[in-house]
Design a protein around this ligand. Structure first.
Ligand SMILES: [Ca+2]
Length: 228
């Protein structure tokens, strides 16, 4: 009679147990991570008191042809709450637009992304996106910019509801912008508020925002306000 080879015949129950155990633990950690994220998300920080801040009064800002913003009607829940103007040099004015929030097209990602921004990245739920009005060297007050520069805030041809958005950079001649009352029109093309000089992104309904709270400060100043 041939002897039974016990090792070969018995199913390897022992090796599957640790594997399922690890999977269970991984699931627990993922759930805890999500719950932590959601919990932290509830700790929204209040907005800085913009109403207590004074509007820019310096001559270089008074004569500025301030931009008009074209915003998608479908992004109406995230309005512009303030626009900061700050001189980076004699020839460059930085414009930082503060939106109340930004909403990713996928709701679950939006919740997690909001939490990440509030608690870890920028300490704010508001979205701030900046661009530069670039003037000719030695310009006088009232002169139009020669170009507008978008450092990592240019949308390119991306759609409003792009799920994975790329931050492009571009500097465009001032002539390539539409004007209304001699003011340049900046299109807010994507859900995370990247800009363009033309109507695009699959957006058909735009709302023109020409009156907004104007404040004085560079992007650096804005970030300091939120980190207080
Ligand atoms: Ca959001």
């Amino acid at each position: 009679m041939k002897p039974v080879q016990a090792d070969a015949a018995i199913p390897d129950k022992g090796s599957s147990k640790p594997q399922s155990k690890w999977l269970r633990w991984a699931a627990v950690f993922v759930c805890l991570g999500v719950l932590l994220g959601l919990g932290l998300a509830l700790q929204k920080r209040p907005l800085p008191d913009f109403s207590a801040m004074k509007s820019p009064t310096l001559a270089e800002f008074a004569s500025l042809q301030k931009p008009i913003f074209a915003v998608p009607v479908e992004d109406a829940e995230n309005p512009i709450i303030a626009v900061f103007f700050g001189a980076l040099s004699q020839d460059i004015v930085e414009v930082s637009v503060v939106f109340s929030d930004e909403d990713h097209p996928l709701s679950l990602i939006d919740v997690l992304y909001d939490s990440y921004r509030w608690n870890f990245a920028w300490k704010r739920e508001a979205d701030v996106e900046s661009f530069h009005l670039c003037f000719p060297k030695g310009h006088r007050a009232g002169t139009s910019p020669s170009s507008i520069s978008f450092p990592t805030t240019f949308a390119g041809v991306q759609r409003f509801d792009e799920t994975l958005v790329t931050h492009f950079s571009a500097e465009l001649p001032y002539d390539e912008f539409h004007k209304e009352d001699q003011r340049p029109v900046i299109y807010v093309q994507t859900w995370n508020h990247l800009y363009s000089n033309r109507s695009g992104g699959g957006v058909s309904n735009w709302k023109m925002i020409s009156d907004y709270r104007e404040l004085r400060g560079t992007r650096q100043d804005v970030e300091k306000l939120f980190r207080r």
